[in-house]
Design a protein around this ligand. Structure first.
Ligand SMILES: *Cc1c(COP(=O)(O)O)cnc(C)c1O
Length: 394
């Protein structure tokens, strides 16, 4: 019997036997030399593809200069990155961390701190059914994934649930203890479910009227993924707090919380962390921001998003599927049956090159290519997807 290559790792889920060895742009190569066109990119994390030269250079240069003065001191890359993010957005202040869950926890802490200061101790966060905000205990409570309220019980309290695109459900969840609403404008793990523009405008107005902070979790949707720097710009609203992770680190651990000046209310010692704002990671973030701010970068993302959408629509017609949806380069294809995992396997096993796809739901495939994937690579991905679908659906 063949030994699982992961037999000395703690089991978290089943993975294919391939051991990934190299990555370049939209391509991954395993130890056996097999090539894969990667439309997962570490779950929308590798915003510039595998091993992008601009990031490798920023990392190498910073590695020669300074890694860790410690969070007790300022460092230049963190200051510069905060400055760039503030210029790009409606926010005034940034705090850097290492993961999306950590940034969302920080948003909840800041909201509760503000609730203590300005709202008489209000502390409850309203989040959404099917939402995903990370895997710490509190973020599992904030998430609306079925089953997540019990598998590690007892869970942290103070998270009420509303339904996406149902403003009455949000209004109905508000109590005197409510301090904030936390939302993914496009629910990623739920299967790329975009919020309706009208709902988002009403939500902004409701939050203002009831003095609730609007926290947008842009861990997956931010940094160009939806064709603009941030997804809330697509919706033309200004949130009060925003979290970023995934794409801002281009595959390395970097996340951020941004807030408007009036919510800059941590007392000294309230918040911190060993790796918060270290110059090695913030230098990477700066390289990513500079890249997505290059002329035409975001316009090209929007074009690729169109190309992917049209290609998926053609596949929907050809195979009689249910449809496709998404914003920019975060898209999903909806199958008529629960065969998404079979398509994922068939695509990975295609010869001579495999295609890497993700199935967040049993009937749905999600596409999160590198933001700089070229038109020919995307067409090749669509062609390989067609082959895999033919294998599975006949
Ligand atoms: C991935 C994700 C997170 C969690 O980020 P980690 O870096 O894995 O902690 C949080 N929110 C959203 C919307 C995500 O997609």
């Amino acid at each position: 019997m063949k030994t699982d290559p992961g037999h000395t790792l703690i089991t978290i889920n089943s993975r294919p036997d391939a051991v990934m060895a190299q990555g370049q742009g939209s391509w991954l190569v395993d130890e056996g030399g097999r090539r894969y066109l990667d439309l997962i990119q570490g779950w929308a994390v590798n915003s510039l593809g595998h091993s992008p030269a601009v990031v490798a250079q920023a990392l190498a240069a910073q590695a020669q200069r300074l890694w860790n003065p410690g969070p007790a001191f300022y460092n230049r890359p963190a200051l510069d990155l905060a400055q760039r993010l503030v210029e790009l957005s409606c926010f005034d202040r940034a705090f850097f961390m290492s993961s999306g869950a950590e940034a969302n926890e920080c948003a909840v802490k800041l909201a509760r701190r503000w609730g203590r200061k300005a709202r008489g101790g209000a502390h409850e966060i309203i989040s959404f059914e099917q939402g995903f905000h990370g895997r710490t205990l509190a973020m599992m409570s904030a998430s609306g994934k079925p089953g997540w309220d019990s598998i590690y019980a007892p869970m942290p309290q103070g998270f009420a649930k509303a339904r996406l695109n149902d403003i009455a459900s949000v209004a109905g969840a508000i109590t005197p203890d409510s301090v904030a609403v936390m939302i993914e404008l496009v629910q990623g793990e739920a299967g790329v479910v975009p919020a309706d523009p009208g709902f988002v405008r009403e939500l902004r107005a409701l939050c203002t009227e009831r003095r609730l902070l609007l926290i947008v979790d842009e861990v997956q949707t931010g940094m160009g993924r939806c064709g603009h720097a941030f997804a809330h710009q697509v919706y033309d609203i200004e949130p009060d707090l925003m979290t970023l992770a995934k794409g801002i680190g281009a595959g390395l651990p970097l996340s951020a919380l941004l807030c408007k000046e009036e919510f800059n209310c941590f007392e000294p010692g309230d918040q911190g962390g060993t790796y918060c704002g270290n110059p090695l990671m913030t230098a990477v973030g700066l390289a990513v921001v500079n890249e997505i701010c290059r002329p035409d970068f975001l316009a090209t993302v929007r074009q690729r998003g169109q190309q992917l959408s049209q290609g998926l629509q053609a596949i929907v017609r050809e195979h009689g599927l249910v449809g496709e949806r998404g914003v920019g380069l975060l898209r999903a294809l909806i199958l008529p049956t629960d065969q998404a995992e079979e398509v994922v396997t068939a695509a990975r096993e295609l010869q001579p090159v495999g295609l890497l796809l993700n199935a967040p739901r049993p009937h749905l495939l999600r596409f999160m290519p590198a933001l700089n994937i070229d038109a020919a690579e995307l067409d090749e991905g669509l062609r390989l997807l067609g082959l895999a679908l033919r294998r599975v659906l006949g």
